[in-house]
Design a protein around this ligand. Structure first.
Ligand code: SF4
Ligand code: SF4
Length: 140
């Protein structure tokens, strides 16, 4: 490229709007089918464990508190998840989905990569069990 052509490009770009997006200050709507963070609806879950067996990344675990009363907690590790959607396909009760809105998963510490889904009382019960088994290693 000649100096003249280069100067022309520089002058032209001085008066053009930037083509880059000013993320995170400006955001575009995400596509409806974007595969973001997993969500789980515990009320619908039968405890069949199909989603866990079919997950190729070992990113989910169904913790059974009381099978008869259908008290389950799901541990989800977003850092292992490949967002393949296999668990969503496997579930016959439509308990699982990949959010198109919750997708900004970067974090500065590893704690946010271990998520416990479930009814509040069930998650609290599990946290109390963990705290009693591993004092000093409690999850918030
Ligand atoms: S989306 Fe894929 S990798 Fe992520 S939890 Fe489901 S099956 Fe596992
Ligand atoms: S496949 Fe569905 S019903 Fe079965 S354990 Fe997973 S979330 Fe629950």
């Amino acid at each position: 490229m000649t100096i003249g052509a280069m100067l022309g490009d520089i002058l032209e770009s001085l008066f053009k709007k930037p083509v880059t997006e000013r993320y995170p200050f400006e955001r575009k709507a995400t596509p409806e089918r974007l595969r973001g963070k997993l969500y789980w609806e515990p009320e619908k879950c039968s405890g069949c464990q199909l989603c866990v067996k079919d997950c190729p990344a070992n990113a989910i675990e169904l913790i059974v508190l009381d099978k008869v009363a259908k008290r389950f907690v799901m541990r989800y590790n977003p850092d292992r998840c490949t967002f393949c959607g296999e668990c969503v396909e496997s579930c016959r009760f439509d308990c699982l989905g990949l959010s198109s809105e919750d997708w900004e998963l970067a974090a500065l510490n590893r704690d946010s990569f271990e998520v416990f889904f479930g009814k509040d009382e069930d998650v609290e019960t599990l946290m109390a069990q963990i705290a009693s088994q591993y004092p000093g290693n409690t999850k918030e």
